[in-house]
Design a protein around this ligand. Sequence first.
Ligand code: HEC
Length: 165
Amino acid sequence: MTKLGSYTTVALVGTACLGAMVWSAVKPGDGLGSQTVVMTQDAIRATADWFRRGPADGKPDWEAASYDMYDADPDRGAALMLEHGCGSCHAIPGVVGARGSVGPSLEGFRDRAYVAGVLPNQPGGLVRWLVNPPMHSPQTAMPDLGVTEDEARDMASYLYTLRGG
Ligand code: HEC
């Protein structure tokens, strides 16, 4: 009985330690974890707003999304894409010298269903992709270019002006 008692104690202490480890691994803290949470919340809010506004004809209203999601500025977005060298890997209509072929052409981007096949092609998903592609697709050849969320919003708003051919 004493023996059983000590086994039970070991088991209980073990469980408690494991619990503490799991808690410290998942609890919201600082660093990347909380950044991700904030970004995800922003993206969810943006997407919810976008859906609430509602497309008039039952289709996503890309035009409206591109101009007034987040108060973004498509012209600034085009300038930022030039600055970040996106055109060395992508063909991007309207961006000077953007004729790269490492990544897919971004022509008609707003008609795609997914961003890089991993995130739904909605304003929030696109912004998350631009800020940190490898976070969403670890094997991707598109690097983290240090794009801020504000910059990503402007670039996303430009990309949503690109119609299919
Ligand atoms: C080093 C090359 C490289 C650079 C620089 C680069 N990309 Fe990419 N990008 C890629 C590749 C490769 C993919 C395909 C990713 C995949 O499917 O995993 C991609 C995918 C994308 C997609 C999704 C396309 C789709 O059809 O789903 C978008 C949008 C995008 N990039 C925008 C940008 C923007 C904006 C910049 C500049 C801030 C940029 N990229 C810079 C290589 C690059």
